[in-house]
Design a protein around this ligand. Structure first.
Ligand code: PBG
Length: 323
């Protein structure tokens, strides 16, 4: 009889024939650096994750490098916000200070990546400048992203990651980086990014002041083909890696992208994915470690080469023991 179960008999056999493996090197840890903070502060919507000072973020980055993960993706929370988010490209601004501190601590041992978006920096919480009637002005936002990306490269970022979903953002960032001599700084493009309610817990992490939603610039969760269209546009504009976000509820989009592009594909396991699982685990309703590992494996199985996850460092410890 044909018996597929034969290959499931022992742990060694199962490990040998596993089609998908997640390695620590594939993981990127998103992390938050906050201005005017005396000591790390736990984020209530993301238990186990912290807002960091420029000092504590260094230690986190060192820990991440020791754990063998691939990179760290930095988000900054400034004390001063304004209409256009001008702290974002201030060389001494909190995000650039965080990038410099982390780069100083880890050198090239970790890929230092920076979020290139204005929502943490604007008084209204939108990802770009607004028109007089309150809509996000795509073309007026592009030069702001370019200035932000260049300042991040100057602070020491290996990689910038535009996440604002403005049309044309990758092209202007590439052009600006090249013009300033940062030809080796790569662009991780948030290509298929959906207007997702699963970003909810993140909003506390970055003290976001948004009222309303981002549906006029982020994608409609109903649209699968459009994820491919956005991804191909980013590639044509010069993206070095592309990303699908969120991850778990968008594995179809991720599989499409992975099948059709020839660059590394990333997926972002977002705050809501983290919070849901942590909440259920805290109730004792699910096996926390197994669910975390299963979720990471499933994202990799769908086609992600790189996974952004708040569990990156913790999971790396388990994965190292595993392989
Ligand atoms: C925008 C940005 C967001 C996230 C990452 N970059 C929030 C948003 O688009 O509303 C969400 C990440 C998460 O939920 O973990 N700069």
């Amino acid at each position: 009889m044909v018996r597929p179960r034969r290959l499931r008999t022992t742990p060694a056999l199962r490990r040998m024939v596993a089609e998908t493996r997640v390695a620590p090197a594939q993981l990127i840890l998103p992390a938050f650096v906050v201005e005017d903070l005396d000591s790390p502060r736990e984020i209530s919507t993301l238990p186990g994750q912290f807002q960091h000072t420029t000092e504590s973020i260094k230690r986190l980055a060192e820990e991440a490098a020791e754990a063998g993960i691939g990179g760290i993706d930095l988000f900054g929370v400034p004390s001063r916000k304004d209409e256009i988010g001008s702290e974002a490209w201030n060389p001494e601004g909190i995000l650039n200070a965080g990038i410099a501190a982390v780069r100083d601590a880890v050198g090239d041992d970790l890929v230092v990546c920076a979020d290139t978006c204005l929502d943490e920096f604007t008084s209204h919480g939108h990802c770009g400048a607004l028109t007089d009637d309150g809509r996000v002005d795509n073309d007026a936002t592009l030069p702001l992203y370019a200035a932000m990306a260049v300042s991040q490269a100057r602070a020491g970022a290996h990689m910038v990651s535009p996440s604002g979903m403005m049309d044309g953002q990758v092209a202007v960032i590439r052009e600006a980086l090249d013009a300033e001599g940062f030809t080796d700084v790569s662009i991780l493009a948030y290509s298929a990014k959906y207007a997702s309610a699963f970003f909810g817990p993140f909003r506390e992490a970055v003290a976001c002041s948004l009222h309303g939603d981002r549906k006029a610039y982020q994608q409609d969760p109903a649209n699968r083909r459009e994820g491919m269209r956005e991804t191909l546009l980013d590639l044509a504009e010069g993206a070095d890696l592309v990303m699908v976000k969120p991850a778990s509820h968008y594995l179809d989009v991720l599989a499409d992208v992975a099948a059709q592009v020839d660059v590394p594909v990333a997926a972002y396991q977002v705050s809501g994915e983290y919070a849901m699982l942590e909440a259920a685990a805290a109730q004792g309703w699910i096996d926390r470690q197994r669910c975390i590992l299963e979720s990471l494996t499933s994202i990799a199985r769908a086609g992600a080469d790189v996974i952004l996850s708040y569990w990156a460092v913790e999971a790396a410890g388990w994965l190292r023991a595993d392989y």
